[in-house]
Design a protein around this ligand. Structure first.
Ligand code: NDP
Length: 478
């Protein structure tokens, strides 16, 4: 075979990735279960580069140069296993299967183990950026063996997005499931970013009394500063959009029930297993679930509470500036939590993930791309063992400078009855980290009282139990 890479699964993502490889000068073998899609791709885009259309698995595998590199871009879950089962028997030692779908990292770990036993490299690669990213340059998060990255890395670097400093947004994240794990947390952070932006919108709409068009303008202003990011940019576009049928703001004709495909939920489930507090991401996932429960809201419409009273123009402007501070501070907390989760996963599975490199490959191509990520990269590069992003001097100072306005926004929201689960969970996290003493000491006392769960003392080593049901003396526990 002569194709340097192959792509099987030619729905939107696979088709665009294949075109991206071809446009970058690679010879690309293409394959799809339903062959009509393969033919359509070559008919429509054949002149963009060198495609080798194939109709059977055997033909596809034969079209590839060795070691073979096959990108699988099919529906995540069982279809991915079915495709692996189909191709693995046709491959030889040293060949590489790349799963670019949104697989759960535990599935990736299993597949990697099974294929490794057969001498085949399995690379679970997170791909972010949607269909546009796949075509023009995604952020790519490949896991798997270091050896597989040697042969694959240079090809991925060609098609990946380029950060403002020109570096490709792809790196060898770590062994087996590391890439899909990092992609999962990326999506969790994406949920949190979206929720925080939604809360800012809600406050500007109800407390500041701004129209969607005015909020779009405000966001465009923010997008020239430290909040400069793809999500703020597209939010302004969505808010400025008018519905053609009614002439109303688009955002007013869309049902207010957010849907989800599951990667945010996975992030929170895994965070619970790892014991990592990702409260911002969790609130974002729950906010979507809550919005979907129309019956709860219908049954609760009569509950008492304040009706927001919009501020006058001058006060509204001052308030908008405070909301920018609250949004930025809460965003720092989301990223702090997300990077904590990646570090915890990396330790649990011994992946050796470099957090600075993760921040670096999120600078372009992916949904959470933002100017901000270059500063996160710099913080972890300067101090790879940084315990928390909040312990970085610059981020610490910035969030400290924002905290008064942030509190004022949470107070105003609470007073006016506007739900801000993201802003307030982030603030609670911040204050918990600052606290000299947490009420967890009392929790330990309660646990010891009803369950003899024991506690540790501040002044002596060892575990202790108080005889709560007896004379309340303290005994040393085994
Ligand atoms: P879909 O998830 O809609 O999957 C459709 C593709 O899967 C088709 O090529 C289909 O073949 C193939 N397929 C389904 N079942 C089987 C099977 N049993 N055997 C063989 N092939 C099968 O496509 P997308 O392009 O949207 O996404 C591809 C992957 O990329 C998914 O894992 C998705 O989660 C992930 N992803 C998607 C993003 C997006 O924005 N859409 C962004 C990032 C990742 P056929 O034509 O024959 O039906």
């Amino acid at each position: 075979g002569t194709a340097q890479i192959g792509v099987t699964g030619l729905a939107v993502m696979g088709r665009n990735l294949a075109r991206n490889f071809a446009r970058n000068g690679l010879t690309v073998a293409v394959h799809n279960r339903t062959a009509a899609k393969t033919r359509a791709l070559v008919e429509e885009f054949g002149e963009e580069g060198r495609f080798v259309p194939t109709e059977s698995a055997e033909e596809f595998v034969a079209a590839l140069e060795r070691p073979r590199r096959l990108v699988v871009m099919v529906k995540a879950g069982e279809p991915t296993d079915a495709v692996i089962q189909e191709f693995a028997p046709l491959l030889e030692e040293g060949d590489v299967i790349i799963d670019g779908g949104n697989a759960h990292f535990e599935d990736t770990r299993r597949r990697e183990r099974e294929l490794r036993e057969r001498g085949i490299h399995f690379v679970g690669a997170g791909v972010s950026g949607g269909e546009e990213g796949a075509l023009h340059g995604p952020s790519i998060m490949p896991g798997g063996s270091a050896e597989s990255y040697e042969s694959l890395g240079p090809l991925l670097e060609k098609i990946a997005a380029k950060a403002p400093d020109g570096t490709p947004c792809v790196t060898h994240v770590g062994p087996d499931g590391a890439g899909h794990f990092v992609k999962m947390v990326h999506n969790g952070i994406e949920y949190a970013d979206m929720q925080l932006i939604a809360e800012a919108y809600h406050l500007l709409r109800t407390v500041a009394g701004y129209s969607p068009a005015k909020i779009a303008k405000t966001f465009r202003g923010w997008n020239t500063g430290r909040l400069d990011s793809y999500l703020i940019e597209i939010t302004a576009e969505v808010l400025a959009h008018e519905d053609a049928a009614t002439g109303k703001p688009f955002v007013d004709v869309v049902q207010d029930r957010a849907e989800q495909k599951g990667t945010g939920r996975w992030t929170v489930q895994i965070a619970l297993d790892l014991g990592v507090p990702v409260s911002g991401i969790a609130e974002a996932v729950f906010a979507r679930s809550l919005s979907g429960h129309a019956e709860l809201r219908e049954a609760s419409g009569a509950l008492a509470g304040p009706v927001p009273e919009p501020l006058d123009e001058k006060a509204a402007e001052a308030f908008a500036a405070q909301v920018e501070q609250a949004l930025y501070a809460s965003k720092i907390v989301s990223y702090t939590q997300g990077f904590h989760q990646i570090r915890a996963g990396s330790e649990q599975y011994e992946w050796g993930v470099d957090l600075g490199s993760v921040a670096a490959i999120w600078r372009a191509g992916c949904i959470i791309r933002a100017a901000f990520l270059d500063r996160i990269r710099a913080a972890f590069d300067a101090e790879p063992d940084l315990v928390s992003l909040l312990s970085d001097k610059r981020f610490g100072e910035e969030i400290g400078a924002a905290q008064e306005d942030w509190r004022a926004v949470v107070v105003a929201a609470t007073r006016q009855g506007v739900p801000v689960p993201g802003f307030s969970a982030a603030l609670a996290y911040y204050d918990a980290l600052r606290a000299e003493r947490l009420p967890a000491a009392l929790t330990q006392g309660q646990r010891d009282f009803f369950g003899a769960h024991t506690y540790r003392r501040v002044d002596r080593e060892g575990s202790f139990h108080t005889l709560w049901g007896g004379d309340r003396t303290e005994v040393e526990a085994g």
